[in-house]
Design a binder for this molecule. Sequence first.
Ligand SMILES: Cc1cc2nc3c(=O)[nH]c(=O)nc-3n(C[C@H](O)[C@H](O)[C@H](O)COP(=O)(O)O)c2cc1C
Length: 210
Amino acid sequence: MGCDAEQFMQIIESRSSSKLLTPGPVDFSKILRALMVAISSPSAHNSQPWRLVIIDDREIMERLLGEMASEWRRDLMADGLPDWKVDVIIEESKKRTLRASIWILVCLTMEDMDRYPDERRMKYEYVMAVQSIGAFIENLLLALHAQGLGACWRCGPLFAPDAVRKVLGIPRHVEPQALVEIAHPGGIRSKTRKTLKEIAWKNRWGEPLS
Ligand SMILES: Cc1cc2nc3c(=O)[nH]c(=O)nc-3n(C[C@H](O)[C@H](O)[C@H](O)COP(=O)(O)O)c2cc1C
């Protein structure tokens, strides 16, 4: 490999979500390069269940946010939040999301996953597809970060799949999973992590690692 292992690990460790991206045009060739890297991600049965829509059209972005906001509003109202608060939450989220120059909508398809006659195993197949999508998105984030771009993984589409399908013409069997917002880095917070001791055991659950 052409890269020092320690450098590679530092790239992984230094990635952070850009919660408040710095607006401005980005080099599209870097986005394509990151996508080329991400498609090498592992997936269950090599099914590659990811499908993508790359969005850089402001009008489509606005329309998508508008439709997703209607579904979000309904949920927030059902939670009992007052109108004014719902407006503030939605408006702040919209403003934040529009700081991105490019969005990558990551969707899931079960078309190349295995099929079982029973619900139990189908559920596990679905979980494997979701896990594969997670691997894809993480590699995408790392490849963007390695090239100096900022990004944030946003779960909004998961909560408003029909709105996303409607605006982008996505077929019914394809499930919107996440939006990766991309621009220049910004709004990075220092992150806290559980220690290895808190989350990992040796040989048997509860046995300390060292
Ligand atoms: C499945 C998933 C969904 C996420 N959804 C959102 C989101 O909707 N909005 C957001 O600001 N960050 C979202 N994030 C980013 C997390 O908040 C972030 O990764 C976490 O706080 C750790 O910070 P770091 O990425 O800087 O290490 C999501 C991350 C994952 C893995």
